[in-house]
Write a protein that binds this ligand. Structure first.
Ligand code: VY7
Length: 168
């Protein structure tokens, strides 16, 4: 199954602090929603827990949650025991075939590191902020190349950001 990873990070690579995203950027949330809508999303159990309950499951997407706990269940979510299993589930023939069916891995830190080897595309939002955090984006090897760069933009909140796509 063709997989993409999507995350937002500070310039130093921070993606999370205390199980939350340590900034608010509406434009990035809109980008996240537009990119993932209609695709299966794969996330770790901590990321599922981090979503405000009213947004769970993420609307208009199959929500596949990776956890080692075989008893874990949540309404609106499918459980997978590993990234490999999650991507296998995402490629289920119930899903429309073709490249449009690609799954998006939406976090968090541990899941990105485990999923990077399966990915063919990355969507990375860089946020021009230097907030402290305890969860980091995965380190990209030299095979990843920037394929698209929308350039620095200013959000309504004043925070600068840029959205880049990588392929390999
Ligand atoms: C995760 C939320 C977190 C807190 C409050 C609301 C990029 C992002 C993520 C994950 C941004 C989030 C939300 C926003 C999305 C809405 C539902 C409510 C939706 C990521 N580049 N940016 N993220 N929601 N993996 N990658 O904000 O979600 O999509 O329906």
């Amino acid at each position: 199954m063709n997989a993409g990873l999507i995350w937002a990070q500070t310039l130093d690579g921070v993606i999370g602090a205390d199980n939350a995203i340590p900034w608010r950027l509406r434009e990035d949330m809109a980008h996240f929603k537009a990119t993932t809508l209609g695709h299966p999303v794969v996330m770790g159990r901590k990321t599922w827990d981090s979503l405000p309950p009213r947004f769970r499951p993420l609307f208009g997407r199959r929500n596949i949650v990776v956890t080692r706990d075989p008893q874990w269940v949540a309404e609106g979510a499918e459980r997978a025991g590993s990234i490999a299993q999650a991507l296998e589930l995402a490629g289920d023939p119930l899903e429309p075939a073709g490249p449009a069916a690609a799954a998006w891995v939406i976090g968090g830190g541990e899941i990105y590191r485990a999923a990077l080897g399966y990915a063919t595309t990355l969507s990375v939002t860089e946020v021009d902020s230097t907030v402290k955090g305890d969860i980091y984006a995965p380190t990209l090897g030299p095979t990843w190349k920037v394929a698209e760069d929308q350039g620095w933009q200013s959000s309504a909140s004043g925070l600068r950001y840029r959205i880049r796509k990588y392929t390999r």
